[in-house]
Design a protein around this ligand. Structure first.
Ligand SMILES: *Cc1c(COP(=O)(O)O)cnc(C)c1O
Length: 399
């Protein structure tokens, strides 16, 4: 398919002015090698067959498209459909790009896959993929996060990854990134740094998007098959932006389909406690690429906050920045309170516990459905399941 949006990024990894490789020359050479290897490997039948087989028989794809009848009746207005990425093995969309990167590492003959993790979701998905592919995995995690995220820490240990506690600085995600990156720089030729979203230097935003675009490919075909037409609105939550771009990519050429990315407004856009990067950020650079960021006067990332730990990132994928500027995707923000309400509502009217991240997109659908006529449709990417959030929500709401 030839289309202006689908031919991105350019050969230097730019989506318009965003993305690129803002890294030292030694590292740029390594990133270029990964890019060349990726473009070669992904064309091979062996790689395509192996990934497709794992998507089907390991992840459980295609994930179902579900009509949320009771939610629709409760809200009134447009019909709401859910793309059930929560039903994937490991409970979210992250397994799609972790398998892709673990397989790529194997095909490139890498000896170790490395990453940082905050709440542990990326760590668990990556440790799972590495266990399956049979490649050593090392995850760096701040000591404070290790104490907080017990179930994920236990899972990573069981899955056999080398979990490295980070005791410096903030002892959270920020320093875990630095620690993992230092380890990576010891031997970048033999190690692969697996990035957890459509962020980082080229080719990661492209690679992760490609691995996630299965979501939209399936959903578009499933929707057409079921309804005989395309949805009017497609929505997904945006942290770094991988589940959203995975859902949106296939719909980009469909001009009649409105695409809406949902950011976390946290305690409110008029407070410092949010992570609405596209809504309130300014142009800057972070973790090796150019994007909108929430930053101070000196260009240092601001502390960000969301009730959903998977969404609190001060940057955002470069393709989202471009799609915002050209107006193809609209970005809105949902508060913690709206998110909690959506979490409880979907649980009680459909028997589906959504991840707090995904609940942001559900909340947006609930909000706009009532403003739309009954012959209109909304497709929500339910990026993950809420089992991990159940105790937290129950405590918070005194259940
Ligand atoms: C990590 C995560 C997200 C946020 O990451 P994106 O790259 O923005 O998709 C969203 N939903 C779930 C369930 C997650 O685990």
């Amino acid at each position: 398919m030839s289309h202006q949006f689908l031919e991105m990024p350019d050969k230097d990894g730019y989506f318009g002015e965003y993305g690129g490789q803002i890294v030292p020359p030694e590292l740029k050479a390594i990133m270029d090698q990964i890019s060349v290897a990726y473009e070669e490997v992904r064309q091979t039948q062996a790689f395509q067959d192996e990934l497709a087989d794992l998507y089907t028989h390991y992840v459980g794809r295609p994930s179902p498209l579900f009509f949320a009848r009771r939610l629709t009746e409760r809200q009134g207005g447009a019909r709401i459909f859910l793309k059930r990425e929560d039903l994937n093995h490991t409970g979210a969309h992250k397994i799609n790009h972790c398998l892709g990167q673990a397989l790529l590492a194997k095909y490139m003959g890498k000896t170790k896959v490395l990453a940082e993790t905050g709440a542990g979701q990326h760590g668990v998905a990556l440790a799972t993929a590495c266990a399956l592919v049979g490649i050593p995995c090392e995850i760096h995690m701040g000591e404070i996060d290790i104490a907080k995220e017990h179930p994920n820490v236990t899972k990573m240990r069981i899955l056999g990854c080398n979990l490295v506690p980070v005791s410096r600085g903030t002892r959270t995600l920020k320093d875990a990134v630095d620690s993992a990156f230092e380890e990576y720089l010891k031997d970048p030729v033999n190690f692969l740094y697996a990035i957890g979203s459509v962020v980082g230097p080229h080719p990661f935003p492209k690679m992760v998007r490609d691995f996630q675009s299965i979501i939209g490919q399936e959903a578009r075909a499933q929707f057409l098959e079921r309804e005989g037409k395309l949805p009017d609105v497609v929505t997904a939550c945006v942290g770094g932006g991988s589940n959203a771009i995975g859902m949106f990519t296939e719909f980009l050429p469909d001009e009649g389909v409105k695409l809406v990315g949902i950011e976390p407004a946290g305690l409110g856009l008029d407070t410092p406690d949010h992570a609405a990067t596209l809504t309130l950020g300014t142009k800057g650079a972070l973790h090796g690429f150019k994007c909108y960021t929430l930053q101070d006067d000196k260009g240092e990332p601001l502390p960000v906050y969301s009730i959903a730990s998977g969404l609190d990132y001060p940057g955002v994928g470069p393709q989202h920045c471009y799609l915002k500027d050209v107006g193809r995707v609209q970005y809105e923000a949902i508060t913690d309170d709206e998110c909690l309400d959506a979490f409880m509502t979907l649980s009680r009217v459909e028997g589906i516990l959504p991840a707090l991240e995904s609940s942001h997109a559900v909340a947006y659908a609930m909000k706009i459905a009532k403003t739309m006529p009954a012959d209109k449709t909304i497709l929500v990417n339910l990026s993950g399941r809420g089992d991990k959030d159940a105790d937290f929500v129950a405590n918070k709401l005194g259940l």
